[in-house]
Design a binder for this molecule. Structure first.
Ligand code: CP
Length: 395
């Protein structure tokens, strides 16, 4: 069942002000720019520039550029930050429910969703409520966004109504930076275009750590002292639509820093050769079975039909080569942990037998998501802008 090639959308002449990157352009992870390389112009539209390699907004921002409680890209976290988030997650998980509900009682958290979501939205909302916060959901289809209100104005409105933190899902890469600059509030990126999904990478990390507990004598992993050797010996294969996947990007930016080997696997149309340039520790293997043989963890990705316009891909052929089914799993990776960020398209990238089978940790991922998101919210609501930073009110 080939996906029809669509006629490319007509270009409009309307002028927009995209999120623009100047300076070093490609934004390599190893050489953070001396000056901020990101200019966000205030407009309702943040344009996606999100074919690999999407410019990454890496490196230290100058004081005040973003609220320090923000979680926009995993590249902003040091390993120490990651360790602290995991530690906070463990503490909140263990805390009695009534005590947890006092932690941020009556604080205000806004969820601003321009795209649909089940897991991320629900888990962030329940996480905020379990910490005692009041939440409000604004979604693109039932708000003044439908009437053309800009992201900036929506954010400022939420701030005026008392929001102390905004959780944003947006179809365009870079949108959380614009919102952070416009409001001065901590922004939690719940997925922006094909850029990043940092809470997903952190929950995947927590699921992996829980699945591969520390060996005798390795106390560091249990104590959340995350180092560049924490995932030594673990190979994670990410399979499918890497080109459009913010989940793949965030995981590939995070896991190798902890010592994991990451293999990207898929056909060239969904996984261009230059994708490996995302960072050290990332390799490409086109042959799924060869990749499976090397994997401790296999992360299957959804084929994002909504993002395939203009690409030619034969789904029958794709399934033949890349579907994870029981025979393949049993033959090439019988003990591998199977992850999927969801939503799963059963019968396409993964069969029901695998999704519901003994190797599947998909339900565990969702559980870890609710814990990690509590920790990210706690980090956001605890953080104070530094003395060099303008308060949100002065913007
Ligand atoms: N993993 C993930 O982002 O799922 P949702 O789109 O349901 O939030």
């Amino acid at each position: 069942m080939p996906i029809q090639r669509k006629t490319p959308a007509k270009k409009t002449t309307r002028k927009t002000h995209p999120a623009r990157l100047i300076g070093d352009g490609a934004g390599s992870s190893s050489t953070p720019p001396k000056k901020p390389s990101l200019i966000l112009l205030e407009d309702s539209v943040v344009r996606s520039r999100n074919k690999f390699p999407t410019p990454q907004f890496h490196g230290a921002f100058p004081p005040g550029f973003l609220h320090p409680g923000s979680s926009i890209s995993v590249s902003h976290f040091t390993l120490q930050d990651v360790g602290r988030i995991l530690e906070e997650a463990a503490e909140l998980e263990a805390m009695p429910v009534f005590r947890r509900a006092q932690r941020f009682a009556k604080r205000r958290v806004a969820l601003l969703f321009y795209e649909s979501s089940t897991r991320t939205r629900t888990s962030f909302e329940l996480a905020a409520k379990s910490l005692g916060a009041d939440t409000v959901l604004v979604s693109a289809l039932s708000s003044s966004i439908e009437k053309g209100e800009s992201l900036k104005d929506t954010g400022i409105t939420l701030r005026s109504l008392g929001a102390e933190c905004i959780i944003l899902r947006h179809p365009n890469s870079g949108a959380p930076y614009l919102l952070g600059r416009a409001t001065g509030l901590p922004i939690l990126n719940a997925g922006d275009g094909s850029h990043e999904h940092p809470s997903q990478a952190l929950l995947d990390l927590r699921a992996i750590l829980a699945h591969f507990p520390a060996k005798k004598g390795e106390t560091a992993r249990r104590k959340h002292a995350i180092t560049d050797r924490t995932l030594d010996g673990i190979t994670v294969t990410i399979v499918g639509d890497i080109l459009h996947s913010r989940v793949a990007r965030s995981n590939a930016l995070l896991l190798p820093r902890l010592g994991a080997r990451v293999i990207f696997c898929g056909p060239e149309v969904l996984l261009p050769e230059y994708a490996a340039a995302i960072g050290t520790g990332v390799e490409i293997e086109r042959d799924f079975e060869r990749a499976l043989k090397q994997s401790n963890v296999v992360m299957m990705l959804r084929i994002q039909k909504e993002r395939l316009s203009g690409l030619e891909i034969d789904l029958e052929d794709y399934m033949e080569q890349y579907q994870l089914h029981m025979e393949r799993l049993a033959a090439y990776a019988p003990t591998a942990m199977i992850l999927h960020p969801g939503p799963m398209i059963r019968g396409l990238e993964i069969t029901s037998a695998v999704a519901d089978g003994p190797n599947s940790a998909v339900a565990e991922q969702v559980y870890h998501g609710s814990i990690i998101r509590m920790a990210l919210l706690a980090r956001a609501l605890d953080a104070k802008p530094g003395k060099n930073e303008r308060s949100s009110r002065s913007r």
